[in-house]
Write a protein that binds this ligand. Sequence first.
Ligand SMILES: *Cc1c(COP(=O)(O)O)cnc(C)c1O
Length: 333
Amino acid sequence: MPLVLHVDSDRWREHLRSTWNPDIVPVAKGNGYGFGNHRLLAESRAMGARTVAVGTYFEVPPDSREDVVVLSPWRPFHEIPQSKNVIHTVSRLADLVSIPAGSRVLIEVQTSMRRHGIGARELRHTMLLNALDRIRFEGWSLHFPMGPRGTSGNLREAAELGKAAQDVRRGPLWVSHVPAQKLTDIGDDVRLRMGTGLWLGDRGALTVRATVLDVHSVRRGERVGYRQRRVSGDGHILVVSGGTAHGVGLEAPTAAASVRQRAIAMAKGSLDAAGMALSPFTIEGKQRWFAEPPHMQASMLFLPSAVPPPAVGDEVGVDVRFTTTTFDRVSMN
Ligand SMILES: *Cc1c(COP(=O)(O)O)cnc(C)c1O
């Protein structure tokens, strides 16, 4: 068995149901938050979403009945998809002039993110005002940071920028990264684009498991792996499913634990601290060390002799980032 995302589907869908409402635009992009975009679009439809958002033009589904917002701003080097359901995001004055007349457009306003967007001072630029009559204006887009200043800063900025934009042209505000309960603080026609909070909002519904593919007993000092490193003690080498092609990296996501455990390992002198990295694979409740950097589809772990090794075919837990992991299979239980 491969690297599998197990979904407690009742619990997962209960979270979707309790989170989604018609003001929320589900986002399906990239690796589909681990589930795959196709599945997320089907779930969005099942919830009753009339509009969904994708990341790039490459992700626009060919036959969507729903409206599809493309979050990455349109540029002249992007072909315009034929579908009338596509809503473009335009973030530069020059692109507002070049996008074909009649295109459905959200105008992105620059926020403290400073990623994309027309500056607040340019909202009354004649290029923008003239474009408003050429395009099919669908609203204003505002994308906020998630960082340390917290949600109150985003809410204040959303309300201010939203008002400035709506003084230019009334239309819905499409926002990201503000709390769903606070949309009325921003304005009276606000839509929230949401990915992580929706799909990954209840981590308890999700379990990732890898399979033990091989087990070998080793003695301290014996060489293993592509790099023929010496193992640091007696124990076992485990080969488990999940490698770089799945997005399994050298470092576990929990950096603090890794530093602490590394320090403990060094203090005990039990591991060759140089070059050892904590893996995201958990056996007997503990994250285990890579014996060497992960291979393309499998990883070699070192398990000290004090721990009874699992058997070939057993499953072990894995702590991965869902947005960077490609699972071999998503199992809806
Ligand atoms: C990716 C993205 C989102 C969704 O972000 P989450 O943190 O996954 O909810 C929303 N808005 C924009 C503009 C995005 O690019």
